[in-house]
Design a protein around this ligand. Structure first.
Ligand SMILES: O=C(O)c1ccccc1NCC(=O)[C@H](O)[C@H](O)COP(=O)(O)O
Length: 260
């Protein structure tokens, strides 16, 4: 069983419990009061292109930063030009929580990506109800039909969709309705990270697709290299979060790239 299989098994249990605690009809009743979604598609073009992540721990690295506070970090990400703020809401493997989004949403006017393992329609209503603007669909956990159906549902709810691919075979999960395609440099089965991976697969995407290089961007040189290969956006977590002060680290990095 791979780590991804374990994550999905755990997630299925959590979703079925969440449905009992807060029935979907109750979630739907709150949607009327939610703000209109913010567009990551727009902000990746207007700002740095960085989708900066709040990430406490991960299966590949263990604890990354147990002390950081979501609001302090998200505020710095926003102030210094992040195009989007990714928040891991998975508890079991990443130490996140939907509370992390609830605690920032009133203060943040930058698109918020709910980073989780989306396998059930219930999670899309939940994402909207907690104030997310974008959801991640991971091809490795879904069929092409599920990607298409979940994309429709997300759009009906005013959420944008970032589809994550890792292999060439997963290109059959692409459909022109998704808003952006992320290529994960990290193999979710064995955790190997290789930036060349995203560069190779990007060339196979249809022209005009908004592309996001994901994971393993650990240095200014990595960022410059991926920017040169014309990625529109860059999903970065550990590089900021492993610092004792992720807010300050992001500010420094934003200054460095502003001179490029
Ligand atoms: O990060 C992991 O170890 C991981 C393991 C299994 C599934 C997903 C995983 N990460 C989720 C992510 O997509 C990353 O947090 C994101 O791309 C940022 O990556 P990084 O900059 O390398 O922290």
């Amino acid at each position: 069983m791979t780590i991804l299989d374990k994550i999905i098994e755990q997630k299925a249990m959590e979703v079925s419990l969440a449905k009992k605690n807060i029935p979907i009809e109750m979630l739907k009743d709150t949607l009327f009061f939610q703000r209109e979604g913010l567009s990551l598609k727009t902000t990746v073009k207007e700002r740095s292109g960085i989708i900066a992540e709040f990430k406490r721990q991960s299966p590949s690295k263990g604890i990354i930063n147990a002390k950081a506070q979501p609001l302090e970090v998200a505020t710095a990400y926003q102030t210094f030009g992040a195009s989007g703020i990714s928040v891991l809401t998975d508890f079991h493997f990443f130490g996140g929580n939907i509370q992390d989004i609830l605690s920032i949403r009133e203060h943040i006017h930058t698109p918020i990506l709910r980073k989780d393992f989306m396998i059930d329609a219930y999670q899309f209503y939940e994402a909207k109800a907690i104030g997310a603007d974008v959801v991640l669909l991971i091809a490795a956990c879904l069929s092409p039909l599920q990607v298409s159906e979940f994309t429709d549902l997300a759009h009906q709810l005013g959420l944008e969709v970032l589809l994550e691919l890792h292999t060439e075979e997963e290109l059959n999960h692409f459909n022109s309705e998704v808003d952006m395609v992320g290529i994960n440099n990290r193999n979710l089965k064995d955790f190997k990270v290789d930036l060349e991976h995203s560069v190779r697969l990007k060339n196979a995407l249809p022209a005009g697709t908004l592309s996001v290089a994901e994971s393993g961007i650990y240095a200014l040189e990595d960022f410059k290299y991926l920017k040169k290969t014309r990625f529109d956006a860059f999903l970065m977590g550990e590089f900021f979060m492993k610092n004792e002060n992720p807010a300050r680290k992001f500010e420094q990095f934003a200054n460095e790239i502003s001179n490029l």
